[in-house]
Design a protein around this ligand. Structure first.
Ligand code: BGC
Length: 813
């Protein structure tokens, strides 16, 4: 321990000694949705936590205090660049400090076990090593800035169906080699100050009470000294949680710690020393982030300020994976020569970019650059046309484009209690009501303001939430009725579906009044005051045949056709899994029909996780832009026009069809989800099944070409020499796979054991030096409950994807 660590430990011990049982128990639980109580008697200020992972939302669900929105985690992982992840982390620490947040609820390091996982976009990869490397970079960056991270969700929270109750049955070996591995690496290499316990059970025990994994593995074996916080509302038992190793139950003020914990100690069910251990860890965190008077935080001088928009743009362009780039008569389809090309852009997502995934990962950026905006700015005047072509969905979403809304809260007598601005038609007040409003007094919420349509036609309106609604647009009442609650999911009003309530003819540019009055259902036993409902809207629905025909016509006469296709919030979000990998709506048809008239068709896939692309061999280029964050359009223009090379490589296998996926099940049977595939997920499973995916793990092109010239080895450090054989400077992700020869144990054919990103000028030869960690040669031995090195002959294979291994050298372990 450094002298500063010792000083902090001493201060923590002194502070702990001054607290009585009720204060200690209070400190282990949220005082509201996001914060812990201050204890002025020991000089402790209130600690604030916030989501995470692409930005820092802050305490409120509003756009009043906007956040930088970086690309989503699959995008960050696609950069295969832990240093870039570290810079992202530093920016997030800067954002957290600005918003007076001390702990970021991120990163998410669960694995891509099945492409159906609803929060796939929020996790990094199907590979534990790549996940660990990106996660380590991210955590180092956030903590460089003096802000704590909570690596989540510990552990095996790899799908969303029945996430509060599902029992995931996982072998010890699969747990160690796959699901725990990123957590272990991050604890060890980045020293995270926090871990979040998941909702689900693992092998019969709920994760907030899992003594064997929390106290045994995390603390005991790995020597972790940070806090374990529950996922929100995951803690269910006072005795179970405190004895299982949970330190903080979130949110509050009702919950398993606080008064119930005091009672459990007083009636002899819980040893007070367990409470002390948890409080010590919470105080240690507070000291680390600078909330405990009298001692220095870990970081006294934060790193230099970072330009958030510039970094958002850099990551988004570096993350783009160019998975197909056909060489046509005039050369490769991409990049496009901006000076000499006309471009026909189509796809609703080109105009209404989907920049982030749904759920708790949502943040509200001050501005969004759509692909249409980005290309309009980057191309000469007159070079670009835009047509909608196809919409990912006709579903209603939260009222947004053209709406200017405020919420006002009234009591039962109609007196105004308080008000707040809204980011869009969604009211999501979780434990945080507008100033002056109490949950008891709140009776109705009125969402009102103006709507200035951008399109003439029948606009559809709807509601989401439970209770009574009266909805009027331009003086016409569209709905006056009640919606009753049928589900038991506490977040149903947030994640649930929307009811269509009527349509009205409106004129582009003419503002109309909108008002929705809602008397929400209230629950006496609610763990925290929650008001969640939405005013929903859909633009006029034009004839889909006509939309496609327009786009096809524009594509026919342009030099290049660019089609942006996307998933929606109904497809990729939190609280539910996907049921299909098909692109929603008629987007597949749009691509095929455009490709049929324009031989230079480029498709941009704006999705956080794999989608089926039945047209992929009909088009000349395909690039994955993921959920690219707020600089989406600028980054895309940079890549399409060649200012920046697409730097991404697939962090996860992309299947041709869901049916080909070796592992896809996410639905529990009788409450259990059995991980039958054991250690074979992702490429490990594809190789074993002998099935070829559409695009393999690690795949992706830049704008130059490479010759892999030689490989050498000194012990387990390999040096790969490669030459840039193309005409421009470029970057390459050199991947090293370890393949046992005639294996003595059941193992995958090969696995990722290291990688490095290099850059070179045309003609230049560069070396990638990659050290293979000892762990790559080990398996978890279920008989001895320990790691075991597997001796034997190995091939160390270097290449540009798991399917393109270009150089090999042997090693006897
Ligand atoms: C999510 C967490 C998130 C928390 C707070 C939960 O529903 O699973 O990832 O940090 O909410 O928003």
């Amino acid at each position: 321990m450094s002298p500063a660590d010792v000083a902090r430990e001493d201060a923590v011990t002194a502070a702990l000694g001054k607290l009585d049982l009720p204060s200690k128990a209070r400190l282990l639980m949220g005082q509201d949705m996001w914060s812990l109580p201050a204890l002025p008697e020991i000089g402790l200020r209130s600690l604030v936590m916030s989501d995470g992972p692409i930005g820092v939302r802050g305490r409120y669900w509003t756009a009043d205090d906007p956040s930088i929105a970086l690309p989503s985690p699959t995008a960050l992982a696609a950069t295969w660049d832990p240093e870039l992840a570290r810079r992202a982390g530093r920016l997030l620490a800067q954002e957290a400090r600005r918003k007076e947040v001390q702990v970021l609820l991120a990163p998410t390091v669960n694995l891509h076990r099945s492409p159906l996982g609803g929060r796939h976009f929020e996790c990094y990869s199907e590979d534990p090593y790549l996940t660990a490397q990106i996660g380590t970079g991210y955590v180092r960056g956030v903590q460089d800035g003096g802000i704590g991270t909570t690596v989540k969700h510990f552990v095996a929270n790899d799908a969303e169906t029945d996430r509060f109750t599902v029992n995931n049955v996982v072998s010890p070996r699969a747990l160690r080699e796959l699901y725990l591995a990123p957590f272990e690496a991050i604890v060890h290499d980045a020293g995270t100050w926090g871990v979040m316990a998941a909702y689900n059970k693992v092998n019969g025990t709920t994760m907030t009470e899992h003594a064997a994994l929390l106290n045994g593995v995390l603390r005991g074996e790995w020597g972790y000294d940070g806090i374990v916080v529950s996922d929100w509302m995951a803690a269910r038992s006072t005795v179970g949680a405190i004895t299982g190793g949970l330190d903080i139950a979130m949110p509050g003020p009702q919950g398993v710690f606080g008064d119930p914990l005091v009672a459990a100690v007083r009636n002899g069910e819980v040893e007070e020393s367990l409470v002390d251990d948890a409080v010590r860890r919470v105080l240690r965190l507070a000291a680390r982030v600078g909330l405990l008077d009298g001692v220095d935080p870990v970081v006294t001088t934060p790193p230099e300020d970072i330009d958030g928009l510039a970094l958002a743009r850099e990551i988004a362009s570096r993350a783009v994976v160019l998975i197909r780039n056909q060489v046509l008569e005039q050369g490769p389809a991409l990049p496009i020569d901006a000076a000499a090309t006309t471009v026909a852009l189509s796809g609703l997502a080109a105009r209404d970019a989907r920049i982030l995934g749904g759920g708790s990962a949502t943040v509200f950026p001050a501005s969004v650059v759509s692909p249409l905006d980005g290309l309009t700015a980057a191309l000469p005047a007159g070079a670009l046309t835009y047509s909608i072509g196809a919409a990912p969905s006709d579903d209603l979403g939260a009222a947004e484009r053209g709406f200017d809304l405020r919420a006002r809260v009234f009591d039962a007598d109609g007196a105004l209690l308080g008000e707040r601005s809204l980011p869009n038609g969604a009211v999501n007040w979780l434990g945080e009501l507008p100033e002056g409003v109490s949950y008891d007094a709140l009776h109705t919420v009125e969402v009102s303001g103006t709507f200035t349509p951008q399109e003439t036609g029948q606009h559809t309106f709807g509601t989401k939430g439970f209770g009574s609604f009266r909805l009027a647009v331009d003086g016409t009442t569209l709905f006056d009725g009640n919606e009753t609650l049928t589900s038991t999911d506490p977040f149903e009003a947030f994640f649930g579906s929307t009811s269509e309530r009527g349509a009205i003819e409106l004129t582009a540019g003419t503002a109309v009044d909108v008002s929705m009055t809602h008397a929400p259902l209230k629950f006496a036993d609610a763990p925290l005051p929650a008001i969640m409902f939405t005013l929903a809207h859909a633009e006029p629905r034009r004839d889909p045949d006509e939309l496609i025909a327009e786009a096809v016509e524009a594509a026919r006469v342009a030099d290049v056709a660019v089609v942006v296709v996307a998933t929606t919030e109904q497809v990729e979000s939190e609280g539910f899994d996907r049921t299909s990998l098909k692109l929603p709506g008629r987007q597949d048809e749009l691509v095929s029909r455009v490709a049929a008239v324009n031989p230079r068709t480029v498709v941009v896939v704006n999705a956080g996780s794999p989608v089926e692309m039945p047209w992929r061999n009909e088009v000349s280029a395909v690039l994955l832009s993921w959920f690219p964050g707020q600089e989406a359009g600028n980054a895309l223009a940079d890549v399409l026009l060649g200012a920046v090379e697409p730097g991404g490589r697939l962090p996860t296998t992309w299947p041709a069809a869901l049916a080909d996926c070796p592992v896809s099940e996410v639905t529990p049977t009788d409450g259990q989800l059995v991980y039958r595939e054991d250690i074979f997920i992702g490429y490990r499973a594809w190789e074993r099944a002998g099935t070829t995916p559409a695009y393999p793990f690690g795949h992706g092109f830049g704008y130059t070409t490479w010759a892999y010239e030689s490989i050498d080895r000194a012990e387990t450090t390999v040096t790969v020499r490669l030459r840039n054989t193309g005409a421009r400077r470029g970057g390459e992700v050199v991947q090293v796979y370890l393949a046992p020869v005639a294996d003595s144990v059941v193992r995958p054919a090969r696995w990722l054991a290291g990688f490095a990103r290099i850059e070179a000028e045309p003609g230049e030869v560069v070396e990638a030096v990659i050290r293979i960690p000892d762990r790559a040669f080990e398996i978890w031995d279920e008989d001895t409950n320990a790691w075991r090195r597997v001796p034997g002959s190995y091939e160390i294979q270097a290449g540009r994807s798991i399917a393109e291994r270009l150089l090999t050298i042997s090693y006897d372990a």
